[in-house]
Write a new protein. Structure first.
Length: 490
């Protein structure tokens, strides 16, 4: 396998040289271009949440409309992440990367011009389609540019630091722009960065393809689209249409049917969209559940935090961004620390710290009111940042642990999809529960209490998985799956 990958890289570099000498470009230049796309996508995760109250006032949006502004983006990213990776292997990574940038920029421009919630949601989905072609493909480009393991590890470390930076500056920039210029300006900032990345990619990034591209799985892709969209729509629209209405029951039934058909259909394919044998590995299954829990908490927190601080407490958009700094700073500090802990001691210490951070931070928020001291809030946000910073490297490690080299990329992509699905469901559930509680007479702060208790439960799950995924039984399951995927056992 190693020799095949080396030959493939050699062929790619020869093709790049024939196309214009791009192979002479320093790999750090390629890394910088890829990090520009990460900056765009990372900022977009947090910058929009700070602007939600302003969007609600300007476009007269209901709670469900705000949920769809966030979820239209994350749902599309979750749905098409694996397809985008397959397309890049088949048609060329640079080509798909550039296509993603064009779609993301077009979506950003159209979002800034939207005058109805429906239009804004549609254009956010277009942004999500572009984003699904950026980060996974950019990581493949980086892996191609840094063939040496140590250099590649250093490049991925820089990538992780940029990810933390993008999440940190998103609320600050979003708050400042929303307060001084207006919410539409949060989408304008993407344009110059994206155009620069597009031009630089065309000039400096060499084209590369996989030696053997995975076959398309249109049926599996359709089932994923139908299942995720039906489930999310039912959760968001349930309070408005009625949980016992024909529409909502039908949507839940459709989601369940799509899942059942997917589970029956996928094992019959030679090149499935998702190889279900992965889930026989306890660490891999735990990585997927960790991704769902952690990012459901993160997305739900960001969504409710902006509404609580601005609407319940009357804090400005810019100060709302400042309040998220403890979370962002702790994420940036804990992510590299977690990476070192994982490398030396496995994932258990990182996951135990992560679970404790989530559990303690959300326990504080279960007593949230409009009179909660700001310092206590900032402390809770910092604990939340510890949880997210510590859990992320552990998720990736558990996903790829023991997997054959040929399957590691697919396993990591599935974990990334789990993050996006978790984020979509987190916003859907958080907004729906708060809306339902608020409608019964609770003030906004009190209406969030059930969500914080759910997140406390997620923290307990992270703690449990930190122990279970590192047992001898778990490691034995990983070895079995590795042999299974390599074709050594049935």
């Amino acid at each position: 396998m190693h020799s095949t990958e080396t030959e493939s890289r050699g062929t790619s570099l020869k093709q790049a040289h024939a196309a214009g000498g791009r192979c002479s470009v320093h790999p750090n230049v390629i890394l910088a271009i890829c990090c520009m796309s990460l900056l765009l996508v990372g900022m977009d995760v947090t910058i929009v949440n700070v602007a939600l109250p302003a969007i609600q006032r300007d476009l007269y949006a209901k709670m469900s409309g705000l949920q769809w502004i966030v979820d239209a983006y994350t749902l599309v990213v979750a749905t098409f992440l694996m397809l985008s990776g397959s397309m890049s292997d088949r048609f060329g990574r640079r080509r798909v990367f550039q296509t993603g940038l064009v779609l993301f920029l077009l979506g950003s421009l159209l979002c800034s011009m939207a005058h109805t919630i429906g239009a804004l949601v549609f254009f956010r989905a277009l942004q999500g389609l572009g984003a699904s072609m950026l980060n996974p493909v950019a990581l493949s480009i980086i892996a191609n540019a840094f063939p040496e393991p140590k250099a590649r590890a250093h490049a991925v470390g820089i990538w992780g630091a940029v990810a933390g930076l993008s999440l940190a500056i998103g609320p600050l920039i979003g708050g400042a722009l929303t307060q001084s210029v207006g919410w539409r300006s949060i989408f304008w900032i993407n344009i110059p960065i994206g155009l620069a990345a597009l031009a630089l990619a065309a000039r400096f990034v060499p084209e590369s393809k996989a030696p053997r591209a995975r076959a398309f799985d249109p049926v599996g892709q359709l089932l994923v689209c139908v299942g995720l969209a039906s489930l999310t729509y039912a959760v968001i629209e349930g309070p408005h249409s009625g949980w016992t209405s024909f529409l909502i029951i039908g949507l839940f039934a459709t989601a369940g049917a799509a899942l059942a058909i997917f589970l029956v259909y996928e094992p019959r394919r030679k090149d499935p969209l998702l190889d279900l044998r992965f889930f026989r590995s306890v660490p891999f299954s735990s990585a997927t559940l960790l991704a769902l829990c952690a990012f459901a908490c993160f997305a739900g927190f960001l969504f409710l935090n902006a509404l609580y601080l601005q609407q319940a407490r009357g804090i400005s958009a810019f100060k709302t961004g400042l309040c998220t700094l403890p979370l962002a700073i702790m994420m940036m500090l804990c992510a590299p620390l977690s990476g070192r802990l994982v490398g030396r001691h496995g994932t258990r210490p990182s996951l135990l710290f992560a679970g404790a951070g989530f559990l303690l931070g959300t326990l504080i928020l279960t007593r949230l009111s409009i009179h909660t001291p700001i310092l206590l809030l900032l402390f809770a946000y910092a604990l939340f940042g510890v949880g997210l910073g510590m859990v992320n490297p552990a998720i990736t490690n558990n996903a790829v642990a023991g997997m054959p080299l040929s399957q590691a990329g697919v396993a990591a992509a599935i974990a990334s999809t789990g993050r996006q699905v978790g984020a979509a469901l987190g916003v859907a559930i958080a907004g729906t529960v708060v809306h339902t509680s608020h409608a019964k007479g609770s003030d906004f702060a009190q209406a969030t209490h059930p969500i914080w208790w759910l997140m406390t439960g997620c923290g307990a799950i992270v703690l449990l998985l930190g122990w279970a995924s590192n047992t001898a039984w778990a490691k034995a399951s990983t070895n079995h799956v590795a042999s299974l995927l390599s074709g050594n056992v049935r």
